[in-house]
Design a protein around this ligand. Sequence first.
Ligand code: KG4
Ligand code: ZN
Length: 336
Amino acid sequence: MLILGIESSCDETAASVVENCREIKSSVIYTQIEEHKRYGGVVPEIASRRHCENILGVVKNALDGAGVTLKDLDGIAVTYAPGLIGALLVGVSFAKGLAMSAEKPLIPVHHIAGHIATNYLTYPQLEPPYLCLVASGGHSHIIEVLDYTKFHVVGRTHDDAAGECFDKCARAMGFPYPGGAYIDRASSLGDSSAFALPHPNVSGSEFDFSFSGLKTSVINLIHNSQQKGKQLNYNDLSASIQKTISEILTEKTIKAAEFLGYKKIALAGGVSANSGVRSALSTACTEKGFEFYMPHKNLCGDNGAMIACQGSYNLINGITADESLNAIATLSMNDI
Ligand code: KG4
Ligand code: ZN
């Protein structure tokens, strides 16, 4: 089975051909990060325009790279939710036209389900059920992966996502956008016990997150020191932020796995590239006797292979769309 996956939900235009669910034949990612950097974040209209300009070339390169043509495909998968609406619409419209002209099934894929699928691409033997922590720029979720296409969200953030918290703290320190990876690098040079940062108290579900308090306390620390003309050690501050975020994510995920009786824990999303989060969750899983799975570093960020992989499972399970498929900016995993 050969599936083309198309991703355009934020600032990466990506396409990939995946064979038999888990074998990546090609993966092409055009990232717009350099252009958005000068604005300190993603500018939605610019994102849509760049997707529009690049999507055809990216898809063509993915097909050429895999040595296949449209007629060899068994389906065309596309991210339809959630994300920037104008960005999603480019991918959805393009995939619809392609599916119609090639007379192939159109397969809708939820972006977070795509992130979860990066673990199938990394571990050929991984099968549901398991519990997955998905942490990215827009999401922080603890999700029961009941089956390849069945999900149940048991924890979510009440405010900022973990990646957003990394990025906003990084911005306050003057690091370029997106700052998560810069904090990761600076952390390796810093002392993670230098700053005592708050762990949030979250009302509601005990598996829910909140990162806005942490972000505010970091921004206040920086502003107060600037007002006093003092320069904080940003390596130490980065290491302290990374340790705190890693502890919060790890503690809630382990708690949820124990409560729900899961033996396998997976990590996914852009923040799964973070060395502190990877090692904190991995260490906790070893201590508690859980099996632990995390994606290859080059699959953590948005890519087309994760959409093609999840699209393969969607097709196997009869999840396809007709010509009325639309993009949706906000859509819970519990509603797919
Ligand atoms: O999954 P993703 O590419 O896009 C969304 O779906 O949101 O995630 C992007 C997020 C950004 O917030 C970025 O700073 C963060 O992932 N990120 C990291 C690292 N690499 C990417 N955060 C911390 N450490 C990293 N090494
Ligand atoms: Zn993503």
